[in-house]
Design a protein around this ligand. Sequence first.
Ligand SMILES: C[S@@+](CC[C@H](N)C(=O)[O-])C[C@H]1O[C@@H](n2cnc3c(N)ncnc32)[C@H](O)[C@@H]1O
Length: 456
Amino acid sequence: MIRPSTGRNAALLVLEQVERSGAYASISLDRVLAQNVSLSSADRALATELTYGVLRHRTRLDRAVRPHTKRGLKRAHPTVRRVLRLATYQILMLDRIPASAAINEAVAVVKQAVDRRAGGFVNAVLRKVAQQGEPPLPDPARKPAEYLRDAASVPDWMAALILERLGPTDAVALADSLVSRPPLTIRANRLHQEREALVELLAQTHSGVTADLARYAPDGLHLRGAADLRRSTLYEQGRLEIQDEGAQLVGHLVNPGSRDRVLDACAGRGGKTLHLAALAGGPDGLVASDSGAAKLADLGRRAQRAGLKPPERLTADLTAPCPELDQRTFHRVLVDAPCTGLGVVRRHPEAKWRMEPTAPDALVDLQRRLLDRLAPRVRRGGLLVYAVCTFTRAEGPDQVTAFLGRHPDFTPEPPPHHDGVDWNELLDGDGPAVQTLPHRHGCDGFFMVRLRRRGA
Ligand SMILES: C[S@@+](CC[C@H](N)C(=O)[O-])C[C@H]1O[C@@H](n2cnc3c(N)ncnc32)[C@H](O)[C@@H]1O
């Protein structure tokens, strides 16, 4: 049993939980850090850096270790494998940690958690990694697929989807951005204050934190130097939400009016629901549904913290008939559908190693069934907004083309003009759909489109 008494051991414990119980890295890390209050802020920062670093760069780390092991990493003891990745990340990718410190701690933990022999093995391998560095990386211009796999740690099947959608040059830039640290982006809750006023409040209450205005999302701010934001008074007062700029843009694409009936059909924990309520001036007329009851319960708590009456919530599998919804229609329906999530891999790098190559096909089918079931819930003249946090062709443009073939009463339309967002740089090709991309726009990758139902 590993005790998270240092930043390195805390990361090791999180990596173990992610691998063994399928935990989300972000949730497991939050929990481990919350349970170990004696960890210094430097150790907390190191645990975060190491957890995400190892998950982002896994293939590249394994590639550096492999020449020094006879039987490869796959057959190694799981703790040995994780410790080798963790120490190799420190040796190759962090310049502030001396290799000797990374190696000594790795050996000590393996001796204690496995046995002395395994400790000797780890020592020998890591000393070679420190001496020889990593094998040369493929040339991105000549061998883009190999570069995506070896340098950017993108699984082959995912690399094929990225190359298909973007072509080699853009695919390489995108893959590089997917192993980078994403910005910490927040949304000012406009029911409390505009973002400029929030900048003032942050300056008064958080010394050392700087806030830059987000380029596209009118309520967005990028923060630097902020730690443990969820424990801050401003967060507890519901003045801000932690939300990527791409995710915020989905709310602006829906752009609900104060009298609209709005269905947020895959509301989850309510990241976008809360934004829709803020944009509409309150939660009246808003229905949040999801198949996950626990997520909707969380949504209710989050709404209260944000100073909102919780919206009407409905737990339902929306691919099946739903008596509570089937007689109702809405001015706006948001389908923020389950997807491959390639656009948020910077924030959830474990997804790369968890998802099966067959997952995209199953997700495309689920998205299609959700869209078909929800289309009749849009009143005539109303709006269906389809969004996914990914950039594959099958889940984005091809899904929409197929939907329009089955539902000739819907027409795609450009984003709205009147909400302070400059959509021009965000359009997918000539539009009218929007595709944000981390390497171009700095935010997570979201595909989103407005589909207007014809009629009065
Ligand atoms: C991309 S997530 C939604 C994220 C959320 N809108 C937010 O902003 O935080 C997709 C959601 O679809 C839900 N979902 C998956 N299958 C579903 C189904 N058959 N019916 C209803 N919801 C479903 C999942 O539980 C998940 O919360």
